[in-house]
Design a protein around this ligand. Structure first.
Ligand SMILES: [Zn+2]
Length: 341
């Protein structure tokens, strides 16, 4: 008798709990958060999540618990309804991550947070793999990322250029999911935008997270280092001018090529004052390379152009390699977990 009426009684006791999808009629566990209930299968949850698996083996609901809902065992959690709904759906249907707008990122962030919290390893790994495609951890991917960002420079969603997520949200997420390796690129990107854009516009909206004073301190340090890297690169164009001249130089006594290098230096000085989504030292080096290759008059000969580009690419690499250190983190090789290298 007691067992028969169990569900009915509970429904009366907790009238304001509403059902939501996913809701499987043959499910045997009801997960409730913020008075919203989802009905799924213990086996499905336990198979993928160490935390749920642990809960089901330890917690044996007794008659004294009001731990049933419509006759099924209940687990109470404290997650945002939308995030939990997305997570449970993902456990059945899989995930499809995108970066078309801020909502796509918030979906990804929700999955990343909850798959970390509930130790759902495969899903967490998938989320992080996607995250490092839009917030790179290798210089190779960063170069592709930058090229893609340039090709989409004009497109904006929620005031943010592609991939439509402000760095502050990535910094917050990295902390929540213990993924420090996301920080160097996020802080670096922060230094590419105007402080007004970072810290004034959109504040208090879902598209920005407030940085802690410690994070602000890191931002200031990173910004300072980026300005110094940029200055060092431009100064190097003048100081190392002779080293750009190839021993196979094809121009008469190198005259043409030296003149080209001077033009490049002049051009580089004008890029230093720029600030914007694709600037910073890496952007400046990239633009300088492009200028020498495509626009500079006179043109440098091929051997000198090659030598110059190789040297400039080395500078890009060095700038990237130094990013983690500016945040007090170990170098990239140590920072990135094996599975994401
Ligand atoms: Zn030459």
């Amino acid at each position: 008798m007691e067992g028969d009426n169990n569900g009915e009684l509970t429904a009366v006791e907790e009238p304001s709990i509403t059902r939501s999808e996913p809701w499987f009629e043959d499910g045997n566990i009801v997960v409730i958060t913020e008075r919203t209930a989802f009905c799924v299968h213990k086996a499905q949850l336990a198979r993928q999540s160490e935390v749920f698996a642990g809960m089901f083996t330890i917690t044996q609901p007794t008659a004294s618990d009001i731990s049933t809902f419509e006759g099924r065992d209940v687990v109470h959690v404290h997650d945002a309804v939308e995030d939990l709904k997305n997570l449970l759906t993902a456990l059945y249907d899989g995930v499809d991550f995108n970066s078309r707008n801020l909502d796509d990122f918030l979906y990804l962030a929700g999955i990343a947070r909850l798959s970390t919290k509930y130790m759902i390893h495969q899903l967490r790994q998938r989320a992080i793999r996607y995250l490092i495609s839009i917030n790179p951890v290798t210089h190779e991917r960063y170069k592709e990322w930058a090229a893609e960002a340039i090709s989409r420079e004009k497109a904006q969603e929620d005031g943010e250029p592609w991939p439509y997520v402000h760095s502050s949200l990535i910094i917050r997420l990295a902390k929540d999911i213990n993924a420090e390796f996301l920080l160097p690129c996020a802080f670096y990107r922060l230094t590419l935008s105007q402080p007004k854009h970072n810290f004034e516009t959109y504040i208090g909206t879902r598209s920005r997270s407030l940085l802690s004073s410690q994070e602000m301190f890191k931002y200031v340090i990173m910004d300072e280092h980026m300005r110094m890297s940029l200055l060092a690169f431009v100064r190097g164009l003048s100081d190392n001018r002779d080293t750009f001249l190839s021993k196979d130089c094809e121009s008469m006594e190198g005259d043409n090529c030296y003149e080209a290098f001077d033009k490049v230096l002049e051009y580089a000085k004008t890029t230093m004052v720029l600030k914007g989504p694709l600037r910073g030292p890496d952007g400046a080096v990239r633009r300088v390379i492009q200028f020498l290759r495509d626009k500079c008059k006179p043109t440098a000969c091929s051997p000198c152009t090659r030598l110059f580009i190789a040297s400039a690419e080395e500078s890009r690499r060095a700038i990237w390699d130094q990013l983690p250190g500016y945040l007090g983190l170990p170098g990239w090789a140590e920072l990135i977990p094996e599975e994401y290298k």
